[in-house]
Design a protein around this ligand. Structure first.
Ligand SMILES: [Mn+2]
Length: 329
């Protein structure tokens, strides 16, 4: 009787695979599950959604695998899972200043500039599915590292570039405010990708690959069409429409503007599903007119000198925001 209860208890244990929805998170889990197949509940989200461990509750004996989300951002939930008796295996390359030792926590961590989570998983698996770490390295923008990996694998330049495109498309798919903004939800994309041991097969045969590629090209065409809403000599404001594509490209737009005009500061406002704006600010003069200095005037503002943002700007404050922005910059 007791025996039976124990086995029932055992069978009821759940496995959770918790991963960032970008290229690195997906390719990390893909490698791990090719090596160690396991039916697990998938917990993931858009790229910026990194506090994933708080999204579910676990029980004693549950097995949680965590990939590519910072330990520091998940510290409270991590401790809660561990104290509840879950067993946690954690792979990551983001900040882990709050890391601690625990008998049920295995931490694979390295924040070297040429490391990403998929590379850490590859190390753990001793190179078994290294080509997927290569895809992730391209996706995580470790370009020279990725080309060196491709060379080591004996890939041609054309093959390396195909992996580069795949990594970029997987990564781009994770940009948005919510999963509904994405072309393919990361959990679905992972499940599809997981059918393929060879990335070149995925590129050649998966309809989701064409879907990612078409969607990316459409978004880039939209990006080229965007014009400032208000513009002065040294500053410009871009208010994007409330569309999923706008929420996907806003980060790219900010980077593009920064590269294009070195002497102009700007703000990109993207309307969130709740109606308020998320604001990205880049300054042309970080020393004297810091972006963080400007954003600090708003309750949900913060960031660094060169690049800062406001998490939630109510629509009715837009006029006031514009006035302050052009005065400051
Ligand atoms: Mn990563």
């Amino acid at each position: 009787m007791v025996q039976k209860d124990v086995s029932v208890q055992k069978n009821s244990n759940i496995a959770y695979d918790v991963f960032n929805g970008d290229a690195d998170g997906i390719c990390a889990l893909h490698q791990l599950r090719l090596a160690h197949p396991l039916q697990a509940t998938l917990v993931t989200g858009v790229k910026r959604d990194i506090q994933l461990l708080q999204n579910f509750q676990s029980n004693a004996g549950d097995q949680i695998t965590v990939l590519d989300i910072s330990l520091d951002s998940n510290i409270d939930a991590l401790k809660q899972h561990l104290s509840g008796g879950a067993v946690v295996s954690y792979f990551d390359h983001h900040t882990a200043d709050l890391a601690f030792v625990h008998p049920r926590l295995t931490l694979h961590w390295d924040d070297a500039v040429d490391a990403c989570t998929s590379i850490l998983v590859n190390r753990h698996l001793q190179g078994k599915f290294v080509i997927w770490a290569n895809v992730a390295a391209f996706g995580d923008n470790l370009i020279s590292t990725a080309y060196a990996m491709a060379k080591n694998l004996g890939l041609s330049l054309d093959q390396a570039q195909q992996l580069y495109t795949l990594g970029s498309l997987l990564n781009y798919n994770a940009y948005g405010e919510q999963v509904d903004d994405l072309t393919i939800s990361p959990a679905v994309l992972y499940q599809d990708l997981h059918q393929y041991q060879d990335p070149f097969d995925f590129i050649a045969h998966a309809s989701n690959y064409s879907l990612l590629s078409d969607s990316y090209n459409e978004d880039m065409a939209m990006l080229d069409e965007i014009r400032p809403t208000c513009e002065q000599k040294y500053a410009a404001i871009y208010v994007l429409p409330s569309h999923s594509w706008a929420r996907r490209i806003s980060g790219l737009l900010a980077n593009k503007l920064k590269d294009q005009s070195k002497d102009k500061s700007f703000a990109v406002l993207t309307q969130k599903p709740d109606g308020s704006y998320v604001v990205s600010v880049r300054t042309a003069d970080p020393q004297n007119k810091s972006a963080s200095g400007f954003c600090a005037a708003f309750p949900s503002g913060g960031g660094r000198q060169a690049a800062a943002g406001i998490n939630s700007l109510p629509v009715e404050e837009l006029a006031q925001f514009s006035k302050m922005f052009f005065t400051y910059f």
